[in-house]
Design a protein around this ligand. Structure first.
Ligand SMILES: [Zn+2]
Length: 114
């Protein structure tokens, strides 16, 4: 399962940080692009599983879903796509050649318990 191995590496990263700083992690903020191949719901439940019996047990994974943004050469503008199936500019229909955003899979912040 793809998501589980990702969840486990996130937990590992959190554990390392918690140990290094001597703190407790309350939540981990993650950016997940629509093109990353990760299903946020599956990742969230995998995270809970991966947290079991670690210092991160009870912490939360907060997923920010990042939409796909392409650059349309015809419009000379960035366009947000509403679907991963239709890779064309929503304004003029030109096939999108450049993906600006949407491939992210990135930990952006660790929330520390006070
Ligand atoms: Zn366009």
């Amino acid at each position: 399962m793809h998501e589980l191995s990702i969840a486990m590496s996130i937990v590992e990263l959190g554990e390392e940080e918690a140990q290094r700083q001597g703190v407790q992690i309350k939540a981990i903020h993650l950016k997940v692009g629509a093109l990353s191949g990760v299903v946020p719901e599956v990742l969230r439940s995998s995270y809970e599983m991966a947290c079991k019996d670690t210092p991160l047990q009870g912490s939360r994974l907060l997923v920010e879903e990042v939409p796909i943004v392409v650059f349309c050469g015809h419009c000379q503008a960035r366009r947000t796509l509403s679907s991963t199936q239709w890779f064309c500019c929503p304004e003029c229909g030109t096939p999108a050649s450049e993906v600006v955003q949407g491939k992210e899979l990135q930990v952006v912040a660790l929330e520390i318990a006070a």
